[in-house]
Design a protein around this ligand. Structure first.
Ligand code: NAD
Length: 500
């Protein structure tokens, strides 16, 4: 199916029409997948189109008792799943990925309806998400152990990699498909069953992906999606000793709570939390190149991205030219409904995110920043934030101190390399950073000094299945993607054969 998009002056009813179409194709599921059954539940939660606030669907509100059933089912499925040959698990993961790609248009539309991102970005997310399943399908077959040169005569020392057990995933609304497959691809490839608790804002994407998992032959209990209240559903996941691993993507605040909760049963925890990325532009680069990079690093996913450039530091000599070109690019951005093909920037998925953006803009302007905004489309609701460039930002402004998570770009001048490294590192966050310079020596020097888990040098695009995604400091623990991501779901076992 190919979606040709809508061009409409009004956004009312767009998502509802789209969902009607998807319902006819049996692509909207409001039931949770628990122990091989689809559970509609007694109670329901509504799903809204964040662009208009209209209710577009309803989904099951599962209880803690449902989650307990899911944990028991996962535990029961573990022995058979880990007992499959890695090639057997890989074949199922590949088939899941190809079903996702086959239904890319339906998945993308569903994603845009509930999350709000422009349809072209939603399509990209489906391909990106399927990529993790494919990549881990291959990597799961390479979970090699080690043979260690022995320190004892007559002995053989082996290290094996074995699946940790039942894994839980608590996933966010900004990448409602890819953040599930990045975790599930690794867990399932390692031999672990996984239970996903998706964000309440975007359950439809998670459930659609679960239906495709079932069609691909993922056995009962191996991949389950339980939807409902985050606190009620995470409590059993945290307290049950059968849940051996927990992977979370979301805010640092919730990450801390989960880490504390997981401590009681000493789970293996990986956390992908907030960012506050510095984007550093030296005066030896072409302005256009730096502006293109900043546009991509700031405005992808309408700014609702933990990799988003949050502090754009520009060296003084280039500063005015950069701000002028950046402002021109920002004013060209088209704001609208994600289903409108012309849209660059959609609504914020949550009202609280839009409110935080407006609060940061007000704070910065009150303290002396200059604001340039994009043009407003005809009909916009409260969840929309007009893409805004704030120049002359200073470190005392809120936007320079905390993550924005929306389409607001802060530009700050700097003078020297030493100064900008110090300012870039002066944050409790350490997820991603960007450097634009034509000097290779400088790029190498600074990349050594920045306290970030991921760096893009002269590029704003570096994520993907083979890279170890994750942060330093309070941006998280552990890595996703890459062979390091697989290791999050495995335990090392050292075996010493003696008396040989
Ligand atoms: P959040 O951390 O509250 O939500 C993320 C996930 O955690 C969702 O599944 C949610 O249901 C769940 N959750 C929330 N409270 C929980 C609790 N007490 N126990 C267990 N699970 C819980 O994030 P948010 O409030 O939706 O967004 C706020 C901010 O978080 C954003 O502005 C952004 O800074 C950050 N965030 C980061 C990412 C990321 O990609 N790292 C993703 C989403 C949000």
């Amino acid at each position: 199916m190919t979606f040709h998009g809508f061009r409409s002056a009004t956004t009312t009813g767009l998502a509802a029409r789209c969902l009607q179409d998807l319902r006819r194709r049996d692509f909207v599921c409001g039931a949770a997948l628990i122990d091989g059954s689809w559970i509609a539940g007694q109670e329901r939660d509504v799903v809204i189109d964040p662009a208009t606030g209209e209710e577009i669907a309803d989904v099951a509100r599962c209880s803690a008792a449902d989650m307990n059933i899911a944990i028991a089912a996962a535990e029961k499925s573990f022995a058979a799943w880990r007992g499959l040959l890695p090639a057997g698990r890989s074949a199922i993961l590949r088939s899941w990925a190809s079903l996702m790609l086959h239904h890319s248009e339906e998945l993308a539309m569903l994603l845009t309806c509930e999350q709000g991102k422009p349809i072209t970005e939603a399509r990209h997310e489906i391909a990106y998400g399927a990529g993790f399943l494919e990549w881990f399908a291959a990597e799961g077959e390479r979970a090699y152990g080690e043979t260690i040169p022995s320190h004892k005569s007559g002995s053989l020392l082996q290290v094996r990699m074995q699946p940790v057990g039942v894994a839980a995933a608590i996933t966010p609304w900004n990448f409602p498909v890819a953040m599930i497959t990045r975790k599930a691809g690794a867990a399932l490839a390692a031999g672990c069953p996984m239970i996903v608790k998706p964000a309440p804002e975007t359950p439809l994407s998670a459930l659609a992906v679960a239906r495709l998992a079932e069609q691909a032959g993922v056995p009962r209990g191996v991949f389950q999606v339980v939807v409902g209240d985050p606190i009620e559903l995470s409590a059993p996941l945290l307290s049950d000793p059968r849940t051996r691993a927990l992977s979370f993507t979301g805010s640092t605040q919730v990450g801390r709570l989960l880490l504390e909760g997981a401590a009681k049963t000493v789970k293996k925890v990986s956390l992908e939390l907030g960012g506050h990325a510095p984007f550093v532009v030296f005066d030896d680069v072409a302005v256009d190149k730096a502006v293109n990079g900043a546009m991509a690093a700031k405005f992808a996913t309408s700014g609702q991205d933990c990799l988003a450039a949050n502090r754009i530091y520009v060296q003084r000599k280039l500063y005015d030219a950069f701000v002028e070109a950046f402002a021109a690019a920002v004013t060209r951005l088209k704001v609208g409904h994600g289903l409108d093909l012309a849209t660059d920037i959609g609504p914020m998925t949550k009202a609280s995110v839009a409110d935080k953006c407006r609060m940061q803009i007000d704070d910065a302007v009150t303290k002396g920043a200059r604001a340039v905004c994009a043009k407003q489309d005809d009909v916009l609701g409260p969840n929309f934030v007009l893409p805004t460039l704030l120049s002359d930002v200073t470190e005392d402004m809120l936007i320079a101190q905390e993550e924005t998570f929306g389409p607001v770009a802060a530009v700050l001048p700097f003078d020297t390399e030493e100064e900008v490294v110090e300012r870039a590192n002066a944050s409790e966050m350490g997820l991603a950073g960007y450097i634009y310079t034509d000097s290779l020596r400088r790029a190498i020097r600074i990349s050594e000094q920045l306290e970030y888990g991921m760096l893009g040098i002269n590029t704003a695009s570096f994520t993907g299945p083979p890279i170890p995604f994750g942060g330093w400091k309070q941006s998280g623990l552990g890595r996703e993607g890459s062979r390091h991501g697989l290791a999050e779901y495995m335990e090392l076992k050292y075996v010493c054969f003696g008396d040989l």
